[in-house]
Design a protein around this ligand. Structure first.
Ligand SMILES: *Cc1c(COP(=O)(O)O)cnc(C)c1O
Length: 399
């Protein structure tokens, strides 16, 4: 199937996985199948489904009709051969990695991956005698050199948390494949609306669906999209490991996805305007947003992102006391450890994602103590800019 023949992202967000109506009792919306198991009238029919010779469901830890619609939506949005889901984003990441790796294998990744992913690399995989090399995130040559030394899995994330670094998926996927590696990309920040890593050469793409995919901060979930073989392997591991997506969460994801393209377009557009506003503000030291020409990876971002996304970070002049004054003054931002919902969310990595890292550690990672991660919501842009302006003015006066 070529790109030209695919329906657009808004059409896919709404219709994918819901084109077939038979068996749904004529409901126009996907019902939540809370059933744990599925009854069969005769043993031959049951056996055919159990052996995969006929379509159907046996037990909801394995497959479930509501969950299947969510998976099909994500499969079509990422343009993948197959997709499978998980209870959380971390379950998607860990199950995928554990299904691919065995003792003696080697993983190459970057230093700036999500905190939980970094824990898998530094704490859990070494225990299984898997060698992990974490490279400087924006040093493409260093990543290529590490991969060339031998690599079973090349694991990338872009843009990264919290400084929004962008890695070149196409270039590194090629390096990975030259070394015979499976290339996985965490696409949570960019979403399928802005980037499709599979079309840039990746073998698998992972989302924490908890964030933009669901979009309403009311359900946890994860997904892996990729080749039939890769997805089958991760599914087999998840089925036994048991990190299944709940049908109610799948329903909330399906409902969220209907507006995914609309939300991402709005959030990307607003984030660009806010980034420009903050960049020009005298009380702001710097802004990290891949859409700004001054961003160190802007050229790569331009090449592989259709929009630059709703995530940014910025830091104020002065010390951490200024953050204490600034953040509670924001009227339109939850101060919370989350990102991607319809509401704006703000928080300092110093007390959220990187609270366990020492001040020296944060400095080494290039995370200023006064950094604020800002997830732009769908509120009216004028309100968000006015809100930031008044909180900055207050902090400057009282700092
Ligand atoms: C939140 C997040 C995860 C983990 O997802 P959970 O659903 O919280 O388990 C993984 N990667 C990125 C980039 C994230 O932002």
């Amino acid at each position: 199937m070529t790109d030209e023949k695919k329906p657009g992202f808004n059409t896919r967000s709404v219709w994918s996985g819901e084109e077939k109506k038979e068996g749904w009792e004529r409901t126009t919306q996907v019902p939540v199948a809370h059933s744990v198991s599925y009854g069969y009238k005769d043993l031959d029919e049951w056996l055919d489904v159990a052996l995969g010779k006929a379509e159907g469901h046996i037990y909801s830890r394995n497959t479930n009709p509501t969950v299947a619609v969510f998976e099909e939506k994500m499969r079509q949005l990422e343009g993948a051969e197959a997709a499978t889901s998980f209870s959380t984003g971390m379950a998607a990441i860990s199950n995928t990695l554990y299904s691919l790796l065995k003792p003696g294998d080697r993983v190459v990744s970057v230093k700036d991956t999500y905190g939980g992913t970094n824990e898998i690399f530094t704490r859990f995989l070494p225990r299984l005698n898997v060698d992990v090399e974490l490279c400087p995130t924006t040093d493409q040559e260093a990543i290529e050199a590490a991969v060339a030394k031998g690599c079973n899995v090349l694991y990338l994330e872009t843009p990264t948390n919290p400084t929004l670094k962008v890695v070149d998926i196409e270039r590194l996927a090629k390096a990975g494949h030259d070394a015979g590696a499976t290339v996985i990309v965490d696409n949570t920040f960019s979403t399928p609306i802005n980037t499709n890593p599979l079309s840039l050469g990746a073998d698998g793409v992972i989302h924490s669906a908890t964030k933009y995919i669901g979009g309403h901060a009311d359900a946890l979930g994860g997904v892996l999209c990729g080749s039939e073989e890769l997805v089958k392997g991760a599914y087999a591991y998840r089925e036994i490991n048991g990190a299944t997506l709940h049908p109610m969460a799948a329903y909330l994801m399906i409902r969220g996805i209907k507006t995914l393209a609309l939300r991402i377009e709005r959030q990307s557009e607003s984030a660009m305007k806010i980034a420009r506003f903050l960049k020009a503000h005298p009380f702001i030291e710097d802004v990290y947003y891949p859409g700004l020409e001054t961003h160190e990876n802007h050229e790569i971002a331009k090449k592989q992102m259709r929009g630059f996304g709703g995530m940014m970070s910025f830091f104020l002049k002065g010390d951490f006391d200024n953050i204490r004054k600034f953040l509670p003054r924001l009227k339109y931002a939850h101060l919370a450890a989350n990102l991607g919902p319809v509401e704006t969310v703000a928080g300092p990595p110093r007390t959220t994602s990187h609270v366990e890292v020492s001040a020296e550690g944060r400095a080494a990672m290039g995370i200023p103590e006064t950094l604020i991660r800002y997830s732009v919501g769908i509120e009216d842009i004028d309100d968000l800019i006015a809100d930031l302006a008044q909180a900055l003015e207050y902090t400057e006066k009282n700092g």
